[in-house]
Design a protein around this ligand. Structure first.
Ligand code: GLC
Ligand code: GLC
Length: 812
């Protein structure tokens, strides 16, 4: 069952039934101010940091689900309704939520009145703008009463939820003209306030929640709205809100457009006040003036559309399959950008008060957006690398506001350092900017300890070399990519975190996932060394030794082992009772092509197909754990089929997909991708539950109570990795150091498709034909009609437009 449809032309997902199986959300803003908005206008907004600068209040895991947001109540006689259906849930004659690229539109119609609410964050502006159009589409005069509503958060998203002895006494507001200002804590230590304005005279207002809603009413029936009469309340403590009251009289066919702004302002210390106790509103008024007409608002909205057109224009495919095209051309790159902005901080599953930026997460996210915003990717790399330790290890997380490593979480996740090689090499391949390697970058943010970025990569590589276990395989530390495989933890205390508690840290537990990662990114490191004229003999020796170690101690007969535990016993082996096979080592060792000649990769991936794959994707391990294994940690705590215990953890599925492309199995690769790609799951929305336009972190696996049900949409490494898998490894357009590498791996029956790729300032119109029905191999390549040897399109002059003709077939 579907709850809407893709409008590819408009680049929107159009939700036509407000009762989606879960709130289906969108993100507003791409710079410093962000809003999360559900399909019923729920959600909240913040400036830079969802914990410390939260403008509006949101209650997670509330009953009913998703209440609190930007609400506009339209009272027409005795009927009260909202353009986004909630919170009144009055049946609408028409409802549509159009989630577009950085904006959302709500179209509601009731009893001859139609409304359209458009929400977005204009460029260079720290505000949400809400354009509300109300039209009388009936043939009688309408006298409507309009009430706006938002609820202020007292800035700190955490204390706002817990410190009521203080909170309920400190709220303060000011009202001037049609603007409601929120100035809690402004007179003491804050240099910022927020406001909610409308570009029209108002007929009243409310700023105190109890006055507006009433202690015994809810968002769905505020007493002021029911009475049709504002109370002009001024909040003193308790819960400050902002509500404008406007009388809207419309003749038949008449339309009225209003612009509301929910903004954030910072004032320098000496400019804080206009007069005693009265805040200086100069900047707020300037911001309001920027959007005081619908023309100005429409222009700002058009600017965002232009930006997205340019960003998405970097890679456009036309395969003839609309689902593939809409994932590749619109939604996957869009999700990658949101993940870049948010890391893992603010979604409807991440409360915005927990995690900072993950070292490994941010490096991996980069492969999903580097082609869109290379300059920002460069800065991100420097920020991440600046938190690395001198021995090459890394803080697991850093804080976005301070850009410093997070000491509470610490380090010792031994996969972390190697991801830096992935992000840096991806950046150079995209941009050709080798100068980044010469950039001086501190260790642990201490400028007295700095080397060039290349030195950081050397230390990343050497960290693994210096931390090998008894089999010559990498020591796992606290965990590798799988946060929940805690082989040194031995936790029996329910009050401690698996990720941060004291570990035994023996030097026995080894990871085959890191082994594959070391070979894969180690080779990348060697390539960088060669191009810098650095001797690679030692590094190559280490990589060869790792390959041998994997073949000798990491092969279980039909697949790669996952690890050795604290006691030196194999993990992910047919010897084990549960969890005999894991996905991560199959993915990484086959991406690294370890033992490919001997047939190990093929065998390993056949085992994946047999044991791990199911209708909804590839599960993480099999059989699922049903018992707590203290020497394995958190992984064995989850119920079977969920999260890291045999869930379909979508982030790692593309590793297998890419592994399949290394074997040239185009059908399998695409088939696996389609199982998890959200556009292909749209028809199953009732089961899948999450948005059909973005990936979720997890889909319940075959051992779960409800296989196929997804959770944790939006902020996941799945976005970046699937982008890489589909755009580079399946469709086969890969940035390289010397040009665009053309290396598709597609189903045999694909006979033709086209990709337009903007790369290093030039445009490449690539046509790929497959006359002999192969999966892989380029038999001929021509650039602007000239034949080119091999499969690399040499870099063409900036601003040139080039035709690239590719024929798949026997490469020899
Ligand atoms: C979460 C974490 C990521 C980790 C994954 C597997 O997505 O953000 O860092 O690799 O879980 O445990
Ligand atoms: C939990 C989650 C895992 C995530 C980790 C991050 O362990 O299960 O997915 O990576 O927290 O701290």
């Amino acid at each position: 069952m579907k709850f809407g449809y893709f409008d590819d032309e408009a680049r929107e997902y159009v939700i036509t039934e407000p009762k989606t199986p879960y709130p289906w959300i969108n993100y507003l803003g791409n710079e410093e101010f962000f809003g999360l908005v559900s399909n019923t206008a729920g959600g909240y907004c913040f400036y830079k940091d969802a914990k410390f600068r939260r403008l509006t209040r949101y209650r997670f895991n509330n009953v009913p689900m998703d209440v609190g947001g930007r609400y506009y109540y339209i009272k027409d006689g005795d009927t009260v309704w909202n353009p986004g259906w909630k919170p009144t849930q009055t049946d609408l004659d028409k409802y549509e939520c159009r989630h577009g690229l950085s904006y959302s539109k709500f179209i509601g119609e009731k009893d001859g009145v139609s409304s359209e609410l458009t929400c977005f964050v204009p460029k260079g502006t720290n505000a949400e703008v809400h354009k509300l159009a109300i039209e009388n589409v009936s043939d009688v005069q309408k006298s409507l009463k309009l009430f706006s509503f938002i609820e202020w958060c007292l800035w700190n998203g955490m204390s706002d939820m817990e410190n009521f002895q203080r909170n309920l006494s400190c709220g303060e507001v000011e009202i001037e003209d049609s603007v409601i200002y929120h100035k809690t804590e402004y007179k003491e230590r804050r240099d910022h306030f927020a406001f909610f304005s409308v570009n029209a005279p108002i007929n009243g207002f409310d700023t105190d929640r109890e006055n507006f809603i009433g202690l015994y009413n809810g968002f769905e029936n505020p007493q002021v709205v029911e009475a049709g009469m504002p109370r002009n309340s001024v909040a003193h403590g308790w819960s400050p809100i902002a509500s404008h009251y406007i009388e809207v009289d419309l003749a038949p066919g008449e339309k009225r457009e209003l612009v509301f702004i929910l903004g954030y302002i910072e004032n320098a210390q000496e400019e804080k006040w206009e007069s005693k106790g009265v805040i200086n509103k100069t900047k707020a008024k300037a911001m309001i003036a920027n959007f005081d007409t619908t023309e100005k608002v429409d222009a700002a909205l058009a600017e965002i559309a232009t930006d997205w057109k340019r960003l998405l224009g970097v890679y456009q495919v036309s395969t003839g399959d609309e689902k593939i095209d809409r994932m590749v051309n619109i939604w996957n790159p869009y999700q990658c950008m949101v993940t870049f902005n948010m890391s893992r901080s603010a979604s409807f599953f991440e409360s915005g008060i927990g995690r900072g930026m993950g070292f490994r997460d941010s490096n991996q996210d980069l492969i999903g957006f580097v082609h869109q915003v290379p300059e920002r990717a460069r800065q991100r790399i420097i920020d991440i690398a600046s938190t690395q330790f001198e021995d090459g290890s890394a803080y697991h997380q850093y804080q976005p506001l301070t850009k410093r490593g997070n000491a509470d979480i610490g380090g010792d996740f031994n996969d972390d350092p190697l991801w830096l090689i992935l992000s840096v090499s991806a950046y150079i391949k995209e941009t050709g900017d080798w100068s980044i390697l010469d950039e001086s970058v501190p260790y642990d943010n201490d400028a007295s300890k700095a080397t060039d970025l290349f030195g950081h990569l050397t230390r990343s590589f050497n960290f693994t070399v210096n931390n090998l276990g008894p089999h010559g395989l990498p020591l796992i530390g606290r965990a590798d990519w799988n946060d929940c495989l805690n082989l040194n933890c031995f936790s029996s205390d329910p009050n401690e975190s698996f990720q941060t508690t004291n570990n035994k840290m023996g030097r026995t537990a080894e990871s085959l996932m890191i082994a594959g990662q070391f070979v894969l990114y180690g080779r990348e490191y060697v390539e960088l060394c060669k191009r810098r004229g650095v001797d690679t003999a030692e590094a190559e020796k280490q990589i060869d030794a790792m390959i041998e170690a994997v073949k000798n101690y990491g092969w279980d007969g039909d697949w790669f082992l996952r690890a050795y535990d604290y006691y030196g016993k194999p993990v992910g082996s047919k010897e084990n009772e549960e969890a005999q096979i894991f996905i991560e080592s199959q993915g990484f060792c086959t991406m690294a092509e370890i033992g490919k000649e001997e047939g190990l990769c093929e065998k390993a991936l056949d085992s994946v197909a047999e044991r791990l794959a199911c209708e909804h994707g590839i599960v993480l391990n099999n059989p699922a754990f049903t018992k707590y294994v203290i020497e394995y940690g958190e992984i064995s705590t989850y119920p079977a089929g969920y999260k890291e215990n045999a869930g379909i953890f979508c982030h790692n599925n593309p590793w297998v997909i890419i592994g399949e492309t290394k074997l040239g199995r185009g059908e399998k690769a695409l088939d696996y991708w389609k199982r998890i790609a959200p556009a292909f799951r749209e028809e199953k929305s009732e089961l899948h539950k999450m948005e059909p336009y973005v990936y979720s972190q997890m889909i319940a696996g075959k051992d779960a109570f409800k296989p196929g049900e997804a959770k944790n949409s939006w902020l996941t490494g799945t976005a970046a990795w699937n982008w890489a898998a589909i755009s580079q490894d399946i469709l086969g357009i890969k940035p390289g150091y010397d040009g665009l590498i053309i290396d598709p791996c597609v189903p045999k029956d694909w006979n033709k498709y086209k990709v337009t790729r903007e790369y290093r300032g030039a445009i490449y119109n690539i046509t790929i034909k497959n006359p002999s029905g192969v999966c892989k191999g380029v038999s001929s390549l021509a650039v602007n009609g000239e034949p080119v040897q091999g499969n690399v399109v040499p870099i063409q002059a900036a601003d040139s437009v080039n035709d690239v003709d590719v024929i798949l077939g026997d490469a020899s």
